[in-house]
Design a protein around this ligand. Structure first.
Ligand code: NDP
Ligand code: OXD
Length: 306
């Protein structure tokens, strides 16, 4: 069995070492143009050339949860596309979203600014009940995030394509229930996959339906947000602020209006980093299962796009 690893901007050697240790019978190498045919590839942001030269792949393993970039390429039709299923990401996502929601609720930014200016002043405590959180996407990550927010006693709603049940979370599903979900949320978390249906879903209309003084936490993909729509909503006060881990162009160009914006906190696509050990363990387990002819979780439905 031959396996190639390729990830733009990532050192291949540690991944290859771990894959070799986990799959002792396999020949594992970094993919390079002209490499002989392999059975599996483990990739992040590969070039089209990789798939053009690898016609007999059994499966393509993405070293992330979102497969939107891969779905822009022509993939070998018989190859299964397999995304990471959590693999250490959901706890990080829960940390990130809870800190963003808590930071907003408790006004820690305002306290930080005040104490830097030598002011020891108290603000009137806000009630959690006035800060209901809406989580868009109740998949592997969204569910964990919704559960973590419940631990901090935020009122939590969730929205997904098909009906879901999460303890303590009021769940909405489908386009028909989208506006009611938005209208009941003040803090909005995006954890949707980027698909033709969800591209630009965070826009003037949808963000305008949040409870006044809303707060946006986008940890999914930059393509979900219509970036020009955010600024007037922040200026008018309809939105109090935003914490954005993802942008359409990463890093954003120097002239991007979000840099230094007083109501926007940016982080460089780091809310849930790929955990190498956990990912290799998961991928190796799935390769062993596929070799035994068994089904594996996390296979992307190409028609749905996630
Ligand atoms: P899942 O595929 O497990 O979950 C996706 C959820 O979105 C499901 O609940 C699904 O509904 C819902 N959904 C999909 N399309 C629609 C739609 N049109 N309308 C309503 N709901 C919809 O994904 P994960 O939770 O694993 O990951 C979510 C995304 O997070 C990834 O695609 C990726 O883009 C992003 N991500 C970002 C990271 C970062 O560092 N910033 C790290 C990891 C992931 P249903 O339940 O009905 O299928
Ligand atoms: C992912 C990511 O999709 O890191 O896993 O963005």
């Amino acid at each position: 069995m031959r396996i190639y690893y390729y990830a733009q901007g990532t050192k291949a050697a540690p991944w290859i070492e771990l894959l070799r240790a986990a799959l002792p019978g396999a020949e594992v190498a970094e993919w390079a143009p002209g490499a002989p045919p392999a059975d599996y590839v483990v990739v992040w942001a590969p070039p089209q050339q990789l798939f053009d030269e690898q016609p007999r792949l059994k499966a393509i393993f993405n070293t992330g949860a979102g497969v939107d970039a891969l779905l822009k390429l022509r993939l070998p039709p018989q190859a299964k596309l397999v995304r990471l299923d959590d693999a250490g990401m959901s706890v990080q996502m829960a940390e990130y979203v809870c800190q963003a929601a808590i930071r907003h609720l408790r006004e820690f930014d305002a306290y930080e600014q005040a104490t830097r200016q030598g002011q020891w002043t108290f603000r009137k405590p806000r009630s959690r009940e006035d800060y209901p959180v809406g989580v868009m996407g109740l998949g592997v990550l969204g569910t964990r995030v919704a559960q973590a927010l419940r631990q901090f006693e935020f009122p939590v709603r969730g929205w997904s394509r098909s009906p879901r049940q999460v303890d303590g979370v009021q769940c909405h599903a489908g386009e028909d229930q989208f506006d009611a979900f938005l209208a009941a949320s003040r803090i909005l978390v995006c954890l949707l996959p980027l698909t033709p249906q969800t591209e630009g879903i965070l826009n003037r209309r949808t963000l305008g339906r949040l409870q006044p003084g809303g707060y946006l936490i986008n940890v999914a993909r930059g393509g979900h947000l219509v970036e020009d729509d955010l600024l007037p909503l922040l200026e008018s006060g309809q939105l109090a602020g935003a914490m954005l881990d993802v942008l359409r162009q990463e890093p954003p160009p120097a002239e991007h209006p979000y840099w230094g914006h007083p109501k926007i906190v940016l982080t460089p696509h780091t809310s849930a980093r790929t955990d190498r050990e956990a990912s290799v363990a998961q991928i190796a387990g799935k390769i062993r299962a596929l070799e035994r002819g068994e089904p594996v979780p996390g296979v992307v439905d190409l028609k749905r796009g996630y």
